[in-house]
Design a protein around this ligand. Structure first.
Ligand code: FAD
Length: 383
């Protein structure tokens, strides 16, 4: 086997079924849907039935609680086949489910988590705003307590939100005072956050097209007291804890995507002939692949180290940011270096090689742009 395999037997069995699913169902759907940006509703349903959304959700709330190492291997596999499908999966199972599992009341967890775990509903995580991206603490979405009606009223906009067009629950972060941020649950009985006062605008994008990219506008959205997630004023900490775990998932996604570029390029240089021999039969080419391989497996080892530490309950802020930084930068470098081996074929409409490279680009931006990972790592060097 070229790429590192899990050591755990149960995980190997699960991964085998994900691999089969990937080959038989995800791969053909990628070819049919990604170019047009169609949402893969059927595959999402199947992933739910296979228990893939529940890997990091505790058993008592409908998940399998297999943990982060399992999730990282599954993330790698999904991203290898279809990066946008991975994004849908991680926005649901990590970004939306984690803050509820981490900060929710028993009632919130019991009501929402089993539905997220089974894929019956999708969730999203709404932190970014038009004027507050890297500096998430400067958000302006406001939640005001209305003592007359005993409700919170939410006003403001979020942007670039994955899954919002198909989600039935959103974890939304809003300012509850000049200095503090709180987390709220906005729920709807139908997909697409159909809640009075909420407008969801779909933004077409050029990469990972089949996952939603949305603006959520809230205009006097009234929420019951039970919509508060965690303690008032603790929203920023909840958002950051969520990103710690999410960053490991993005690191795994990036490695899965780069492995795919590697494997495709490796296969191509083994059939393409120039100068009377296979392109592979040049030492320069072999060394380029050897270099790329070594970088990828080193980055993957860091992803697994971060995953194991998270499963052990350690503080993972520094290592999660390091894994995200190293894995996404390595993936981008390796894949863009190897892309040249496809020659002119990479630029034809019939090949997916260029889109597969470009799909790696946003991994260096979402869940904290990589300059921000440098800031996080530097801040925690003495931890
Ligand atoms: C496909 C996709 C899906 C997404 N899904 C979600 C989602 O589900 N939920 C959600 O809340 N958000 C989501 N996002 C938003 C994403 O998290 C933000 O795009 C990201 O945090 C960067 O914010 P920004 O786009 O506003 O860039 P900016 O913050 O404007 O940054 C622009 C550039 O400036 C750099 N920069 C900023 N400040 C500094 C500094 N102090 N020092 C050095 N460099 C700096 C950054 O590194 C970046 O390169 C998604 C984004 C994408 C692309």
């Amino acid at each position: 086997m070229r790429w590192q395999e899990p050591k755990d037997e149960t995980l190997s069995i699960l991964l085998e079924s994900v691999r089969r699913f990937g080959k038989e169902e995800i791969e053909p759907a990628y070819g049919k849907y990604e170019e047009q940006g169609f949402f893969p509703a059927e595959l999402v349903k199947k992933m739910g039935a296979m228990g893939l959304f529940g890997l990091m959700i505790p058993e008592e709330y409908g998940g399998s609680g297999m943990g982060t190492v399992a999730a990282s291997f599954v993330a790698r596999e999904l991203a290898y086949r279809w990066p946008a499908l991975h994004l849908i999966w991680t926005a649901n199972s990590s970004l939306a489910a984690f803050p509820i599992a981490y900060a929710g009341t028993k009632e919130q967890k019991a009501r929402i988590l089993p539905q997220l775990a089974s894929g019956e509903i999708l969730g999203c995580y709404a932190l970014t705003e038009p004027n507050s991206g890297s500096d998430a603490g400067s958000m302006t979405m406001k939640a005001e307590w209305r003592p007359d009606s005993l409700t919170w009223s939410l006003n403001g906009s979020k942007i670039f939100i994955t899954n919002a067009f198909h989600a039935s629950v959103a974890v939304v972060f809003a300012r509850t005072s000049k200095k503090s941020i709180s987390a709220f649950l906005v729920e709807s009985s139908e997909p697409g956050l159909r809640h009075p006062g909420v407008t969801v605008r779909y933004i077409p994008k050029r990469v990972q097209k089949s996952s939603d990219f949305c603006e959520i506008h809230c205009n006097d959205v009234f929420l019951p007291v039970s919509a508060l997630l965690g303690k008032e004023g603790k929203g920023f900490a909840i958002a950051m804890q969520t990103l710690d775990g999410g960053r490991i998932n993005i690191a795994a996604q990036a490695i899965g995507m780069a492995m795919r570029v590697f494997d495709d390029a490796y296969a191509y240089v083994h059939v393409r002939k120039q100068f009377g021999r296979l392109v592979w039969e040049n030492q320069k080419v072999q060394f380029d692949f050897a270099e790329a391989y070594a970088r990828l497996i080193a980055a993957w080892a860091l992803v697994i180290e971060a995953s194991e530490r998270r499963d052990a309950g350690e503080n993972i802020t520094r290592i999660a940011s390091s894994a995200k930084l190293v894995a996404t930068e390595t993936a981008w470098k390796v894949a863009s270096d190897l892309e040249t081996y496809f020659g002119g074929m990479a630029f034809t409409q019939e090949s997916a090689w260029l889109p597969r490279l470009l799909d790696i680009a946003p991994t260096r931006v979402y869940e904290g742009a990589n300059n921000i990972q440098h800031m996080v790592i530097a801040k925690h060097l003495d931890d």
